[in-house]
Ligand binder design. Structure first.
Ligand code: ZN
Length: 309
């Protein structure tokens, strides 16, 4: 190479390196899929909730860069735990009405605490299995927890709500023994080359529960068990044995954070209903979250306040 060609080659290489398209090709991993995570919709007959729920679904489905599927994080309706059967039925009817009119994308659901009937009613003990069974029927779930694969990613959907009559709410956030054993088995059988995304209604690890209420008013931090998995330490230890667990999505708190802990991104992803359809909850308006999942197990997320555009 003579001196002139060397300069030309160097100049071309420098220009190419400065071009975003070139930088993208070399630094960006290939995307496997894009998901829309819609959680805490809390549809009810009033507060224009059905119309706004419809707008959230339309907004996600009309993205130019369209999601491949929707993950529904649970709390589809409002407080079935302590509502009458007829009120609960009326809410599910709104839910199905919107989905029937709007839904185009594949849709996978987790059960939220608000979806379970009767756990906070008097004599709640007799409603334990029926309450959850009813939610499963409405969400067309054969299992409370399950796994599926899409574009080289494995998804594991968990059932966070555990009956606990000593709590006024009727539940705490925990995997029962059978579910924990199933999770351990599912992870043990997973392909170590396939990244895993966990979906739970209640966060496994999150900062948001600290600010959901006056948790510091006693002079000490108090985070209740129903707000973040009380078995988080046990789950964290299990995940540590499986480095292909990369991402864990949740809702429940209606605030948003991203906690990166021991190589896993835990995203608590706000609420489609914001402050239960009364405007934003603290700093967080009604929103859903788009998550891009890449072949190398990394991900990127984007909070979408759909009522503002
Ligand atoms: Zn919830």
């Amino acid at each position: 190479m003579n001196r002139r060609n060397f300069f030309l080659a160097t100049a071309a290489a420098t220009a190419a390196a400065a071009t975003p398209a070139f930088a993208k090709k070399t630094s960006q991993p290939k995307r496997s899929l894009r998901i829309a995570h819609l959680t805490d919709i809390h549809v009810m007959p009033d507060k224009d909730a059905p119309e706004k729920m419809a707008r959230a679904i339309q907004h996600a489905q009309s993205q130019t860069d369209k999601p491949d599927l929707i993950l529904n994080g649970g709390d589809c309706i409002m407080d079935a735990l302590k509502r009458s059967k007829s009120e609960t039925k009326a809410q599910w009817s709104e839910w199905h009405g919107v989905l029937k009119n709007e839904l185009e994308l594949p849709f996978y659901s987790a059960i939220g605490n608000h979806d379970i009937w009767g756990w906070a009613l008097p004599n709640s003990k007799k409603n334990v299995s029926y309450g959850k069974q009813w939610a499963m029927e409405e969400l067309a779930l054969k299992q409370r927890y399950y796994s599926f694969e899409k574009n080289n990613w494995q998804f594991i959907v968990l059932d966070s709500s555990h009956f606990e009559p000593s709590f006024k709410s009727g539940y705490t956030a925990k995997l029962d023994e059978a579910q924990f054993a199933w999770l351990a088995q599912t992870l043990a059988e997973s392909d170590p080359k396939k990244p895993i995304c966990i979906l739970s209604h209640i966060p496994i690890i999150s900062f948001c529960p600290f600010f959901d209420g006056d948790n510091e008013k006693s002079g000490d931090w108090q985070v209740p068990g129903p707000w973040m998995h009380i078995d988080a330490r046990r789950i964290k230890d299990l995940f540590a044995q499986h480095p292909n667990v990369k991402l864990a999505l949740s809702g429940h708190i209606h605030l948003r954070d991203q906690v990166r802990y021991l190589g896993i991104d835990y995203l608590c992803n706000g609420a489609v209903s914001g402050g239960w359809w009364d405007g934003p909850y603290q700093e967080f308006p009604s929103a859903y979250v788009l998550v891009d999942l890449y072949e190398d197990g990394t991900s990127q997320s984007q909070y979408v306040p759909y009522l503002e555009s």
